[in-house]
Every structure is written in structure tokens, then in C-alpha cells.
Design a protein around this ligand. Sequence first.
Ligand code: F6P
Length: 359
Amino acid sequence: MKRIGIMTTGGDCSGLNTVIHRIVRGAMLRGWAVYGILDGTDGLCANPPHVIKFDADTLPIENARLSGSFLHNGHARVLNFETAAAQGKIQEFNKRLYDGLKSLNLDALILVGGNGSLSLAWANRATYRDLQLICIPKTIDMDMPMTDRTIGFDTAVQQLTSFCDQLMLTARSHHRWFVVQSMGRDCGQLALNAGVAIGASAILIPEIKFNTDSLVEHIKKSSADYGIIIVSEGISLRGHSGRPADMISRKLTAAGIVNRTAFPEHTQRAGDTTAADRILATRLADCALHAIENGETYVMTSLTDNECKTVALSDFVAAGETVRDPKIPDLMTSNAYVSPDDPLLDVAHDMGIYIGEQK
Ligand code: F6P
């Protein structure tokens, strides 16, 4: 009988409980024992590690659609990787992680994480040498290379879309514009997808240069006197500091365009998991369980051209654009961005949405 562990790390998103539920269900059908690690690597570093053993009732099916992680994603008040890196205690952290894993005597560990967590796992891969390490990609930012989709993205797009749908009604009543700031870090996928979904007037993302004079002209020329401008949190404007939505709002106000700002913030990580995210979570859980059966290790499950398969963690790390992680000193993470030939950019442009100076 195999003993497997599951942990969720990094920022939460909707879909984590579905993937946990499906892993537990698939593992139990195989007669395996499943341990949930609480608080991600922080829980593994505790002595003894913070774990629960799953049975059929631990995570009931009706809770599998809820956002957040039943296992939590980390704990701010313990020695975690960020604090360890800042205090020069990486070696101690890795030793505690290794000892925690050893004490659990697992055959395999399924790590559900974003590009920070996966890049970190690869950088410290020796810690996982005594078991099979299988990773599952999740993030609302959709900034992970080597997979067409990440768990949580579809629900985040839906959440942001619903938020904007509500604002559109009050915008129309008052003949004014809303500047909505989306999450996404340095990646514009969330803003771009929700912006197309709502028929935004403009979408500003970090990957594409924009010009505020062109934006103002575009809004003034618009046949409507209300609408929504989505700005991704990663954009910047020379000479301006503070929140990107505020700086765009100030420019519009200076040009006589009546507007308000709105910040959906962490509601983008919440919300009942969409069917698409639940299906993705189920497929990636199934792929991870097969990878364990096949004896694979240091792999990530991926959805590519609608096919689920595993890719080497080393290829994942090498595939992205490597950037310094702002939250974790000394760690280079593997990021993906909106590509200049993303077909959605052309669609947005064709539909009269200002998306910057792309053409
Ligand atoms: O990476 C997910 C994400 O939600 C980003 O979109 C956002 O910038 C960040 O995490 C917010 O992090 P925190 O919850 O620590 O404020």
C-alpha cells in the first residue's frame, strides 16, 4: 500500500479543494493512504509535521467546490522559506523540511503550487530525493510556462467578470467610467480575459506599452458615455507611483472624463469553483495519480492542446522567463506572460477595445 502526501502552497485560488478531493478519491480507490500536510512547507518543517490522515469523510464532496484550501497555504508566523531566506537560515529550513518528510515515510508527495513554489522545489530538489515529487500547477495569474491552463484561473476570470458586470450597471446610470484594477502580478492574462468577457473599453496589461493620450482619445471618441477600463496591477506609468488604477484615473480626470476606481482584490481568488476549473482539477489529479503509478518524479502535470500529460520540472523551470521573485530573496522563478501573438489580443483590437500600442 502506497503512502502519499498532498500539500498546497503559495497564494490560494479556487479549485484547490477540488484537486485535493479528487486526489483523495483516486488514491483511496487504489487502496493508498493519503496524508494532507497542513500549511504547506511551513507545516512540514514543524516537529512533528502538521498532517492529517484522510478518510472518505474528511473532505465531503459538497465542500470540494469551495474556494480556499482545506489544507491551508502557509502560516505567516513560523519559519517559512521567505523568513528563512531573509534570515540566512535556508539550510536549517531545508533540513527541517527533509526531516519532516522522512518522518512521514511517504512514497510520493503531490505539491499543488504556482511558479514560485515549483521553482523553489526544483532549486531545493535534494530535499525530495527519497520520494516521488509530482507537482500540479495552480494560480489565478496564469503565469506558468508549459501548461495552457492553471487551476484557479477560470474562476478568477469569472469573479472579475461578475464584479465588472455589476459596476457596468451603475456606470451606465451615472454616465461615467470605472477603472478596475485586476490582480495578476506581471502577467496580463486575467485582465485580458475578463476584459474581453465584459466588452471593456480598454485593457491595459504589463506586456503591452500604452499611451495615456491615446487612451483618453479612445474614450472620448467612444459612442458610449460609460464603460470599464481594466488595468492589470503590473502596469506602470513613468513619473507616477501608487496604485495603477489611481494613476490612470487621475489622467482621465485631468482630461475631463468622469470616472471612479474599483478594486476587486482577493475576491478574484475566491468564489465557488467554476465547472471548467473543477474539470481541470479532476484531470490534473488523475494525471498526478497515474504519474505516481508510473514511478515518475520531479514532474509537473500539464494541460497542453487539451491533453493532460507530465512535463519534467527541469523543463518547466528552463521554459519560462526567469525573474527574481519579489517575495523570496535569491529565488529565480520561471514566469510566462501574454505572448504578442496571443489571438485574444487581435480579437480585443478587432472589437474596438484599446489594448495599448500593439499595432
Ligand atoms: O499570485 C496570486 C496573487 O493573487 C497575485 O495576483 C497578487 O499580486 C498576489 O497574489 C497577492 O498576494 P497577497 O495575498 O500576499 O496580497
